[in-house]
Design a protein around this ligand. Sequence first.
Ligand code: SAH
Length: 344
Amino acid sequence: MDMKSLTREELKIKVEELGEKGFRAGQLYQWMHEKLAESYEEMTSLSKSFRAKLEEEGALMKLDMIQVQESKADGTRKYLFGLSDGNMVESVWMKYRHGNSVCISSQVGCRMGCKFCASTLDGLERNLLPSEMLEQIYAIIRHTGEKVNNIVVMGTGEPMDNYDNLIRFIHLISSPGGQNISQRNITVSTCGLVPEMKKLAAQGLQITLALSLHATTDEKRRELMPIANRYSLKELMEACRYYFEETGRRITFEYALVAGVNDRKEDADALSRLAGGLNCHVNLIPVNPIKERDYRQSARGQIEAFKNKLEKNKINVTIRREMGRDIDGACGQLRRRHMENDLA
Ligand code: SAH
């Protein structure tokens, strides 16, 4: 029984099934999600016999901290966690002026196949449970002793490909009896699964949706991202508009600049036309080269020129600050390196 993935209501039913009073569920929830207890044993306001019953239901979800790398440049930390089945996931902790952010993984591996991404090279292993997404954050809070203000679901995996667990995770991490992180400070990034984007729009959440766009024509997008064979840019833009209409939340477009592939003036103009029709923000990401592919980063001047062009076209745009480059900062690189070392 994965207690940490249960909502408050489900937990109450479970606790009563175990022969305890309903209000104990509130205490148990608080121990798990607010006080971040690592075992039932720590939960001293619960009776010994209740703790023993909980233990019989199965151990409390916990991750092994396999490795922590800290960037000398900016203090960014990259964590490698071991799951109970031996798989590994990575998460990143970033310190900004406006607070601490954690980037979490939503799957072990990924089946989306984006050409520039290290996370997808070996395909999808499995989905992460809500408790495994939560524990990436909880373990980092315990380790740093600091509060987490922002969450981005932008690590390994396609969150919309693990939809139900993602929604459950969002409810748990933003619940008042837990870490109570405002949904407005949670961003979910997708390569563009249109039906799930629409479903999310109607879910009644206040999170930010980020769309990994990376190209301005269907043809170019198909070269970089296999998902573009399934959904056209037109369908994607419609889904983004619908998301904004339903939630009032401004969309973020992510656009990784790849030298000679999507970084020309014409691309900036085409991107301006796409973005101009929507209430959105464009985040330019200098592509992070991975050794398995020969995509190169655009020169600094090219990136600046691209940004200026968008600004001239009245598009709201920022360049993503590169953090933790010295510590395998790009998606999936730390996990891959570990797997390679294990094989060697
Ligand atoms: N599957 C989701 C979330 C994980 S990827 C998605 O596709 O959005 C998070 C972001 O990092 C996406 O925008 C993805 O396209 C981008 N990304 C992946 N590999 C990258 C690389 N090597 N350099 C720059 N951005 C990369």
